[in-house]
Design a protein around this ligand. Structure first.
Ligand code: HGY
Ligand code: MN
Ligand code: MN
Ligand code: MN
Length: 407
């Protein structure tokens, strides 16, 4: 398993759902996602690794080294955001496959018998762009979300998760592997490592995050014939809500809170009809639950005032709430030891992005690592990480996996 084969595989997977500008459009359970899943299964089959697909579409490649022992699981997600980046998630899955192969080859060469087996995962629907909430497959695996409820979740076209997975042949029934640990490597999606010239991030905690599901209910009317005083325009009120969600961050110092409305749907969305209904999702992330609670209280008060001023109804519901996750000290020290052995710069770093590791950290000892993102951009076609940093990350993951699988 060489660096060149890793790069060849990475660039090949980036062709599945490739967009014109170096991005990928590979949303969960789409035909493009199927292409990457088929590739994942083929990679495993070529090496004689067992492939399993569970009841929420999570894919596992199992490398049996010790009969009956639990597995050290490596991996991430192959699904992307709409017009997303080709590194987010996919890098971690490919690094997992290649790191696992290098560990298996080294064990065979040394005739060593490890304490645990090894597996690689492609989690279903980490991104949550098509089916909300995000981090879905790993959260069902970890027992944090109900599988039947998630299978019934619909996308904007009304297709359920179960229908979509069935349509691409990945609604499985296989038994989930028993785990002894989890390790994930991912692009940072921020600027810290790049700015400090450091290759590896040892993720020590992930921020508190939650979303607000907001429904603005006005009244449909004619944009020509209806007097302005008689209009109950849901879009005017919703526009004020969008600006509120953005503006509330100014109440907190140095970006202790970040928030945006990323998704908005409008009904009936006709040029000469005053909007009846607007549905929008606000994403709130903060260094502490207290900050989110404060921001949420302020938003709810201001939203109530907007509803009154415009004589319309606005419903707000919390969802996709994720508590802060602190990663175990031994995993951080392992990453720092591996970085030293490989001569790589390393620092501890927090994540404001969600990852499958926030689910796994609730059930098994978890190691989460970052490599740099150029310009700190992600969830866009401009997302980029250098080959050199990707290869360093594969080596680091291989060393971490070696330590974990040998107990
Ligand atoms: O939630 C997240 O930040 C991830 O990109 N799904
Ligand atoms: Mn990701
Ligand atoms: Mn993402
Ligand atoms: Mn008319």
């Amino acid at each position: 398993m060489s660096d060149t084969t890793f790069l060849a595989d990475f660039h090949h997977v980036a062709t599945f759902g490739a967009t014109g500008n170096n991005g990928v459009e590979r949303q969960a359970a789409t035909p493009e996602d199927k292409l990457s899943r088929d590739w994942f299964a083929g990679f495993a089959a070529e090496r004689g690794w067992e492939v399993r697909v569970d009841g929420i579409g999570n894919m596992f490649a199992l490398i049996d080294l010790v009969p009956g022992a639990p597995y050290i699981l490596l991996g991430s997600h192959l699904d992307s955001q709409p017009l997303g980046g080709r590194f987010d998630g996919a890098y971690g899955v490919l690094a997992g496959l290649h790191a696992a192969e290098r560990v298996a080859e080294r064990l065979a060469a040394e005739g060593a018998v490890p304490e645990f087996n090894l597996a690689v995962v492609n989690w279903f629907n980490e991104e949550g762009g098509r089916f909300a909430p995000s981090i879905m497959g790993s959260s069902v695996f970890a027992g944090l979300m109900d599988q039947d409820k998630m299978l019934a979740v619909k996308d904007l076209a009304g297709t359920t998760v179960a229908e979509a997975l069935g349509a691409i042949g990945y609604l499985g029934t296989d038994e989930r592997p028993e785990l002894a640990g989890y390790a994930e490597i991912h692009i940072e999606q921020g600027r810290i490592l790049e700015r400090e010239g450091i290759t590896l991030g040892a993720v020590d905690y992930s921020w508190y995050t939650q979303k607000l599901d907001i429904e603005v209910l006005g009244e449909q009317s004619h944009t020509g014939a209806t007097a302005m005083a008689d209009r109950h325009d849901a879009l005017v009120a919703a526009s004020k809500v969008v600006l509120l969600v953005h503006g509330v961050t100014a109440k907190f110092d140095d970006e202790a809170l970040v928030s945006s409305v990323g998704q908005l749907t409008l009904e009936p969305n006709s040029p000469i009809v005053v909007a009846r209904r607007v549905h929008l999702v606000a994403d709130l992330r903060a260094a502490s639950p207290q900050i989110v609670a404060e921001a949420r209280a302020s938003l709810l008060a201001d939203i109530a005032q907007i509803a009154k001023d415009h004589d319309i109804r606005i419903n707000v519901n919390d969802f996709d709430v994720r508590g802060i996750q602190y990663y175990p000290e031994e995993g951080l020290e392992l990453t720092e030891k591996v970085a030293a052995n490989l001569g790589l710069g390393v620092r501890r770093i927090r994540t404001m992005a969600g990852h499958d590791s926030v689910a796994m950290n609730r059930i098994v000892p978890t190691v989460m690592m970052f490599i740099p993102s150029v310009d700190g951009v992600s969830h866009c076609e401009r997302e980029f990480t250098t080959d050199e940093d990707m290869l360093a990350g594969v080596r680091a993951l291989g060393e971490v996996a070696w330590e974990m699988v040998n107990g």
